[in-house]
Design a protein around this ligand. Structure first.
Ligand SMILES: Cc1ncc(COP(=O)(O)O)c(C=O)c1O
Length: 448
């Protein structure tokens, strides 16, 4: 077996396969072992999280409705772990040589983390807590990148104690900190690419300008620190494949700078930015990444990525009930329902979850969640605003939209609510983030 094959097996099985006798010179035996190992893990996760099968003929509306009677809840998530598995299959197909390090920040829900661990994913952690969570899943420290260029000293010490060596940096004071608290760390220089083609841009906060890279590399060399590679993030919610093309060209320049300084870089981290639902865009991005990395780097260079949204976005649907309602006059927003004719009415609905909870993606992630009715109705749409449940007036989910008239106790649902929702939800005013009910839509698990 070639070295490359051993590495690939290692990455997708948490290393367990390589210690087993079946890693002899026989690809078929190896693959069977790998699949059964993954399947075993998935079976035990399904048991532990009480994951119910989701039959293809059951619609999301029917599934949510079946949960209403059983659960005395005002809001809840339906999480489909089948989505995670299908995204994994798609990743392996389009980017077979790029190791995904799932960005835990995007959604640290236990179901997502455990399934990705079972599938063999690595993890991008931004803090001590995230590192600790991932290590507690039994993940080997080599499957973690500490991808926060500005780290707390306490977290650096924690990373050192736990042998989490791979980490990003983009400034001098970070180098000084690492020299003092984790001199054996393996450093990845985060550069600032053009992130103008993304919803969430990071360039003003992170990443070193290409013109300053040589200085930083030189300083790292003087400090005897080990720089192993270069990373970038084109911005979350990227919508143009050109962003990866130009970022990779920049990375190549940094590789050449390092070479001139006598340093050999061996890792390229293409970050996140991948859509969770737009297959066409994913196809374009991955084609650029495949072709450009093959053109610029030799096969000994390891390519990794930090996808978050890609895995999490479509996995969660949020169901939420109307807890209160008021009728206001369109012109002046005042309440005089009895004197307001139907065509002058605007409804204010108050939902059981809002911007301090799962809908924080409106503030933090530029999201525009679309309400969908759980029960179809022949009623005509009327103007309304959807508020969250807290006492704050900025708790608005959607303003001046059109929805057929709702009554208290009606349910709405919102698709694509897996990315940057629960991760940053608060319990402001005592409204706790909704519980998650796990399901698994059909997946060909032999292809995992
Ligand atoms: C360093 C880093 N890596 C990866 C990600 C994940 O990005 P995305 O959700 O676009 O895949 C983020 C998002 O904030 C990030 O900051």
């Amino acid at each position: 077996m070639s070295k490359r094959t051993i590495d690939q097996v290692d990455e997708t099985t948490n290393g367990t396969t390589t210690t087993n006798e079946t890693t002899e010179n026989n690809g078929t035996v190896e693959k069977k072992f790998k699949v059964s190992n993954i399947q075993e893990k998935l079976q035990s996760i399904k048991k532990e999280l009480d994951v119910k099968p989701w039959a293809p003929e059951v619609s999301i509306q029917e599934l949510i409705t079946s949960l209403l009677d059983k659960n005395d809840r005002d809001a809840f998530f339906v999480a489909d772990i089948g989505v995670i598995m299908k995204q994994w299959q798609k990743w392996k197909k389009h980017l077979p040589n790029v190791t995904p390090f799932y960005a835990v920040k995007c959604n640290p829900t236990v179901g997502i983390l455990k399934v990705l661990e079972a599938l063999g994913s690595s993890f991008d952690c931004a803090s001590r807590t995230e590192i600790e969570t991932v290590l507690n899943l039994g993940v080997d420290p080599t499957r973690i990148i500490y991808a926060n260029p500005c780290k707390q000293i306490s977290a650096l010490k924690f990373a050192r104690t736990n042998n989490v060596k791979l980490m990003t940096f983009d400034n001098v004071s970070e180098l000084e900190k690492i020299e003092k608290f984790f001199p054996e760390a393996e450093l990845v220089l985060r550069i600032a690419p053009d992130d103008s083609k993304a919803l969430m841009r990071f360039g003003t906060k992170f990443g070193v300008h290409i013109d300053d890279c040589a200085d930083l590399l030189e300083m790292a060399k003087e400090m005897n620190l080990k720089v192993v590679g270069v990373s970038f993030h084109v911005g979350s919610g990227c919508f143009d494949a050109v962003a990866y093309d130009s970022a990779l060209t920049m990375v190549k320049k940094v590789f050449d700078m390092a070479k001139n300084l006598g340093m050999e870089l061996k890792l390229v981290d293409v970050g996140g930015g991948f859509s969770g639902s737009n297959d066409e865009m994913f196809g374009k991005f991955t084609t650029v990444i495949r072709e450009k990395t093959a053109e610029l780097f030799d096969s000994s260079v390891r390519i990794i990525a930090e996808p978050g949204r890609y895995f999490a976005a479509s996995s969660h649907t949020l169901a939420v009930t109307v807890i209160s309602k008021r009728i206001v006059k369109l012109e002046d927003n005042r309440q005089h329902p009895r004197r307001t004719s139907n065509n002058m009415r605007q409804y204010n609905y108050y939902l059981a979850d809002g911007v301090y909870g799962s809908f924080n993606n409106i503030q933090f992630d530029h999201a525009k969640p679309t309400p969908l009715l759980l029960k179809p109705t022949p009623k005509q749409p009327t103007p309304c605003t959807l508020f969250g449940p807290t006492c704050d007036s900025i708790d608005v989910i959607a303003r001046d939209i059109q929805v057929p008239e709702l009554k208290i106790g009606d349910w709405l649902y919102f698709a694509e609510m897996g990315a940057y929702t629960t991760a940053s939800a608060s319990s402001f005013n005592g409204f706790c983030p909704p519980p998650v009910y796990y399901y698994c839509s059909p997946v060909d698990e032999d292809q995992l």
